[in-house]
Design a protein around this ligand. Structure first.
Ligand SMILES: Nc1ncnc2c1ncn2[C@@H]1O[C@H](COP(=O)(O)OP(=O)(O)OP(=O)(O)O)[C@@H](O)[C@H]1O
Length: 201
């Protein structure tokens, strides 16, 4: 994924002021920054959900996006969500979705309606929907919110495996802990990204 000179404002509030990104294949990168600095705005632009005022975003191949706000329909079951997304992604089977549900340990909820799920389990479904079509670029906005410790560790196993098989993963978080699990950490501040190619510890 390549991003060139992306700018974005909400009214008179200038949030992004010239973002450049070159996300190589096989990289696990974190974007950190304080609340309200523009991380979600940037990810919405990268995912194509928001049009930047200026600049270009280029993707090659499939991408997956896990938004910060869980977008699920309370009336449908977990399995129905998987079926809808499989149709939208035009994938023939749910093999990867089922594997992901095993890794995140929520397979037993397949028949449950989303209205009855806990916050952490909703987030597991949100993440599964973002990865079930085997994307080459994975964009994750605060992906481990609500996860218990075991699930948090399994989340890292999942994204590390993505990276190790040549896919790129971009994780946005206001928490800069666990940066040791990332190949690079970029800091968003004052509308620009300090990619400084600062290697994680
Ligand atoms: N739809 C919108 N209309 C107007 N202002 C917005 C809109 N969305 C975000 N903003 C403002 O843009 C700024 C950046 O918001 P954004 O949600 O991208 O930040 P963030 O870094 O993801 O924050 P957090 O860590 O709290 O999730 C904030 O000042 C926010 O109030």
């Amino acid at each position: 994924m390549e991003v060139e000179d992306v700018h974005h404002s909400y009214g008179r509030r200038s949030v992004l002021r010239g973002i450049d990104i070159m996300l190589p294949a096989g990289a696990l990168v974190g974007i950190v920054g304080e609340n309200g600095v523009g991380k979600s705005t940037l990810l919405q632009i990268l995912s194509g959900g928001l049009r930047p005022d200026r600049g270009v975003v280029r993707h090659r191949g499939r991408f997956g996006y896990c938004p910060q706000q869980v977008i699920l329909n309370d009336a449908f079951t977990v399995r129905q969500h998987l079926d809808f997304f499989a149709a939208a992604y035009a994938i023939a089977d749910l093999r990867r979705a089922e594997e992901t549900m095993e890794i995140l340990r929520f397979s037993e909820y397949a028949g449950e309606r989303v209205a009855t799920l806990s916050g952490g389990t909703r987030q597991k479904l949100n993440l599964t929907l973002a990865v079930m079509h085997d994307p080459q670029v994975l964009l994750l906005d605060e992906p481990y919110q609500g996860f218990d410790w075991e699930t948090y560790l399994r989340f890292w196993d999942l994204v590390t495996e993505f990276r190790d098989t040549g896919r790129s993963v971009l994780i946005v978080s206001h928490l800069a802990h666990d940066t040791g699990k990332l190949d690079q950490v970029w800091r968003l501040h004052d509308g620009v990204l300090d990619s400084g190619q600062e290697e994680a510890a």
